[in-house]
Design a protein. Structure first.
Lengths: 249, 317
């Protein structure tokens, strides 16, 4: 079997976001970038399935400017076999990304597509589900435990009320939760080896899909700031403040 | 044209966040129609018909929809969408699961997790874990929108008198199967809608120590939350997680105990009306957004807090 795993390069989750003064977006120059965290879980799970012997090949795909290749290299360094970089400029909405991924799926014919459940930059939580719909495949979102069977996947999903178990026939799209696994770190020898693994480059506009953004970003602002609070010296003072000042208990 | 909202329910009762989504939908277009889709869910349709702001109820009752599998729901929603300009649902694990399937099939770019309606095509939504707010305008003819429930007041449960119109089920693809759902049962209020939330983090050091949190939760009639670190460490189950990828809560009082305040946790609670932080590290980022900060060892502070609360004559419920 074959897994296609999609990885996105985003501003590192530890970076304090700064909104641009002209309202056009957030500062991303000279800011640390890394793989979208749940995408690391998607890569890890793909590699684990390969190590179990059930999966023969793991292909990492990323869409974006040239630097997206760093994200692919990272996936290759932890065990993906080869990469596909779809070169594009600027922000593409989940709808456009899903259309590009569909083209890659049609070419590579994987049995499963793994993605992170959500990107931590635009927080859309759409791409996997959209791709599944476009391919007319079943989906498993928020997946926290995956068991590969002969022709299906049994998946435990994290839902608001607790946990849900479903079974989806293959081929299927899986979006991965942070609790699915513990992503490994790449060893130095594997980082070196990854440099020799092939990355195929495709140009997004050659794929013949309409990726024009439909949702126009008018402005980006800082959220309202909370007023600085006070420190209380002991528990009795805290309870008194909550009772008499804030009046919430 | 009207707006079509997909109700979330358990085939017996409407989930409360649907009421918040109804309010948001009415700000997009006052002609709010609600699709109740499930199995044996006729009573839910009746419940929705009585909600103020609801003008029409569509009921699709079929075993196909018993477990809300997105592969089954989406074709029905797509069929019903013909008569509407907007398709909306709550931005929780229910709405997030099926709505993008609908949007993709309609070749529409979904607007996720809106916190404000500016006009029928312009919305505000948080990005970067709520560290920025984006105002976005959808140019699609048919719009798919998910709504952050805690950003809108719930619609009154009474005062409406909508018709319930039955609609037919459509073919389902039969390539996914529901096996089971393990619903965490709790006597306490639901995390998403509780007036008071008390959350524990890695500072609790073990699952057993969460009893210090639950004792106070019982006293305050509060819901229990947790940071991702505490959930990952196995102290408490995932449905308690507050944060960017967990639940977003906006209680009157949020008490964060042993939580340092990672960006992704703040994303889930920083809109709370009053925030209390109890942490032994005086430099913890959580203090920068807390109204009341107590720099203390939680293992001493929580028993003290319980005994102080016990001294009070009355506690708001």
């Amino acid at each position: 079997m074959k897994i296609l795993v999609a990885v996105k390069r985003v501003i590192d989750y530890n970076v304090q976001i700064r909104v641009k003064e002209d309202g056009s977006g957030v500062h991303s120059d000279n800011v640390k970038m890394s793989t979208n965290p749940p995408d690391d879980n998607a890569v890890e799970e793909s590699v684990k399935l390969k190590e179990s012997g059930k999966v023969k090949e793991v292909i990492a795909v990323s869409i974006g400017e040239d630097k997206a290749q760093e994200t692919i290299r990272k996936a290759l360094a932890v065990g993906a076999d080869r990469g596909i970089h779809v070169k594009s400029e600027g922000y593409i909405e989940p709808l456009g990304i899903a259309k590009i991924l569909k083209k890659v799926v049609e070419k590579e014919k994987p049995d499963m597509v793994f993605l992170g459940k959500q990107a931590i930059d635009d927080d859309c939580n759409q791409t996997g589900q959209m791709l599944a719909a476009m391919l007319n495949w079943p989906q498993s979102t928020f997946s926290s435990k995956i068991t590969l069977k002969d022709k299906s996947l049994e998946v435990v999903r994290e839902i608001d009320e607790g946990l849900e178990t479903i079974e989806v026939n293959l081929p299927a799209v899986v979006t991965c939760d942070l609790r699915l696994n513990e992503p490994r770190y790449a060893s130095l020898p594997n980082i070196m080896k990854a440099k020799k693994k092939p990355i195929e480059q495709i140009v997004a506009k050659d794929l013949g899909v309409d990726i024009t953004n439909r949702v126009h970003q008018i402005k980006v602002e800082e959220p309202p700031k909370r007023k600085a609070g006070i420190k209380v010296s002991n528990v009795a003072e805290l309870v008194s403040k909550l009772k008499n000042e804030a009046k919430v208990i | 044209m009207a707006v079509l909202l997909i109700a979330e329910h358990n085939n017996k009762n409407l989930k409360p966040f649907t009421l918040n989504a109804i309010t948001a939908a009415s700000k997009i277009d006052p002609d709010v129609h609600v699709l109740v889709v499930g199995s044996g869910c006729e009573n839910v349709a009746k419940e929705v018909a009585e909600v103020s702001l609801v003008k029409n109820v569509l009921l699709c009752d079929s075993p196909n929809y018993q477990n809300y599998l997105p592969e089954n729901l989406a074709p029905l929603v797509i069929k019903q969408s013909e008569k509407y300009n907007h398709i909306v649902a709550s931005a929780n694990t229910f709405g997030k699961n099926f709505m993008p399937r609908v949007a993709a099939a309609l070749d529409t770019s979904q607007v996720s997790d809106i916190i404000k309606v500016i006009s029928p095509d312009t919305f505000v939504r948080p990005i970067y874990a709520g560290n920025a707010f984006a105002t976005v305008k959808s140019n699609d003819k048919k719009k798919c929108v998910t709504i952050r429930p805690t950003s809108f007041e719930p619609a009154p449960k009474t005062g409406g008198s909508a018709q319930v119109e039955k609609v037919n089920a459509v073919d389902v693809p039969n390539f996914s199967k529901f096996i089971k759902r393990e619903v965490t049962k709790s006597e306490r209020p639901e995390l998403g809608t509780a007036r008071v939330v008390i959350s524990g983090g890695r500072g609790l050091e073990s699952g057993e120590n969460f009893k210090l949190i639950t004792d106070i939760a019982d006293k305050l009639n509060a819901a229990v939350g947790a940071s991702r670190a505490a959930v990952d460490a196995g102290y408490i189950s995932n449905d308690h997680q507050v944060g960017q990828t967990g639940k977003v809560v906006v209680p009157d009082l949020y008490i964060a105990v042993g939580i340092s305040g990672a960006i992704q946790h703040l994303a889930g609670m920083k809109e709370s009306k009053i925030i209390v932080a109890i942490n032994k590290d005086g430099e913890a980022p959580i203090f920068s957004i807390a109204d009341y900060g107590l720099e203390a060892d939680l293992f001493k502070a929580l028993p003290e807090l319980l005994s102080e609360l016990n001294k009070l004559n009355t506690i708001q419920k």
